[in-house]
Design a protein around this ligand. Structure first.
Ligand SMILES: Nc1ncnc2c1ncn2[C@@H]1O[C@H](COP(=O)(O)OP(=O)(O)OP(=O)(O)O)[C@@H](O)[C@H]1O
Ligand SMILES: O=C(O)[C@@H](O)C(=O)CO
Length: 422
């Protein structure tokens, strides 16, 4: 099948978030882990293809190269429209790659304008006058200010994006979006040479209006929610006639585990809630850096595969800062990711088949260690978090990859319950 929309996501939880929201419309969606080595086979492609990268904190050159390779693969599969998915909290490092990737994709596609819309109202992310809010807080006052890898200290998307790009940045504000004037505003900005347009959105109706005005653009960028209306728009425009076949999910063995490397505020509450009833082991980056994950692996080896358990490095901001001060930001993250990846492998070899993983970077490390290349999208657990199915070492497994701030406080228990009763 020809690819109708080719999507590139900068982390794994973001990729499952996007794939899950697109799946709501009943279109076939395929999620690949990394750019496939083999060229796309038309009979093995879905109209919506999502390629998951682990490029959010990668240096600009590396992120650009990976995203251009993903674009080339998707174009080979027939895609003419593309979506660059980054975080709904616009997570990027000081040398952020959101803008450079967008500019590189625009250059490859020969297009002069794109939009930036990370808003996700269902999960409390909104944009007003170019400023991003998390719930009622501006981004820079929200818990995202303490993120271990991408602390967000400014809420203004124009100020965040401008240093990342070479061409002018502009704003299409809520008045233009809600007043039906977005297309005119984009044309006006294009006339002024504005290549990068931040678009306000505070409600799903705004996102519907944005998608309707922009679905024809070669490149759209944003969070998952602005992509959600695209399948229906493509259907109406005659670009898409496929509907996903209803297939029964594979039967998944009962062994289960939760692994958390996210230090986001919601994950901290979720870990605390789950640890009340599950066996829990806390990973300390300083111990991991000195002694490796041996003690955690021994602990895991003592656990019953079918019993609820969680291994987590999730910690309060002061503890994260303490580990980073001793190890450096990158090494602190790496030892945790490497340990959780090893523990996932151990768990699989012990017979665990149900994995709930919190954190995008963490999910990237775990999924890669499990040797997964493609995910089937299953039932949604919470907005932006579906169950997914894949094979690891020839075994059917289920993975729920949870973005740091998504899901309610009882997420881990809810996820595992919903696997059997969606
Ligand atoms: N105690 C800790 N000290 C220092 N770094 C930590 C600690 N615990 C986890 N980390 C690192 O913090 C990073 C958290 O990023 P991750 O993407 O996994 O979570 P998240 O940002 O909350 O999730 P998402 O991107 O999906 O919203 C990882 O690199 C992880 O290894
Ligand atoms: O957009 C979001 O918030 C998530 O899909 C994500 O990217 C978290 O890493």
């Amino acid at each position: 099948m020809t690819i109708v929309l080719g999507c590139i996501a900068d982390d794994f939880t973001g990729a499952t978030d996007l794939a899950g929201l697109l799946t709501r419309s009943g279109v076939p969606v395929s999620l690949r882990i990394g750019v496939p080595d083999a060229p796309p086979q038309p009979d093995a492609c879905a109209p919506f293809e999502v390629i998951a990268l682990k490029s959010r904190t990668a240096p600009v050159e590396q992120a650009v190269a990976e995203c251009r390779a993903a674009l080339a693969w998707l174009r080979q599969g027939g895609a003419a429209r593309f979506f660059w998915k980054y975080c709904s909290t616009f997570d990027s490092t000081a040398q952020g790659n959101i803008g450079p990737v967008a500019e590189a994709l625009m250059a490859d596609l020969g297009t002069d304008q794109t939009i930036y819309c990370p808003a996700f109202p269902e999960n409390g992310r909104s944009i007003y006058m170019g400023n991003l809010f998390v719930g009622e807080q501006p981004l820079h006052e929200s818990p995202m200010k303490d993120h271990p890898l991408t602390p967000m200290r400014d809420s203004n998307l124009m100020r965040l994006l401008t240093p990342q790009v070479t061409r002018p940045v502009g704003l299409a504000n809520r008045q233009a979006v809600a007043g039906g004037a977005l297309s005119a505003r984009l044309a006006d900005l294009a006339g002024q040479g504005v290549a990068h347009v931040i678009v306000d959105a505070v409600a799903q109706t705004d996102l519907d209006a944005i998608a309707a005005a922009c679905y024809h653009m070669q490149l759209l960028t944003g969070g998952s929610a602005v992509a959600m209306p695209l399948p229906e728009l493509y259907r109406t425009a005659g670009l898409l006639d496929a509907t996903a076949e209803a297939t029964a999910p594979p039967v998944i063995g009962p062994g289960l585990i939760a692994l958390s490397g996210s230090c986001s505020a919601m994950t901290r509450a979720q870990v605390a809630a789950y640890a009340k009833d599950a066996a829990a082991y806390r990973l300390d980056p300083l111990v991991l850096a000195g002694e490796g994950p041996g003690a955690a692996r021994d602990w895991l080896a003592q656990q019953v595969p079918e019993a609820p358990k969680i291994l987590y490095a999730t910690a309060e901001p002061e503890e994260v800062r303490r580990a980073q001060a001793q190890l450096g930001v990158a090494r602190a993250g790496e030892v945790v990711e490497a340990a959780l990846a090893q523990l996932a492998l151990d768990a699989r070899d012990q017979g665990v088949r149900r994995f709930v993983v919190a954190g995008g970077e963490t999910s990237g490390a775990v999924t890669s260690a499990l040797g997964v290349s493609r995910l089937e999208i299953g039932a949604e657990i919470a907005p932006g978090v579906p169950w997914t199915y894949c094979q690891s070492d020839g075994q059917d497994i289920a993975l729920a990859l949870k973005s740091g701030n998504f899901g309610a406080e009882d997420f881990f228990a809810t996820a595992l319950r919903k696997l059997d009763a969606p």
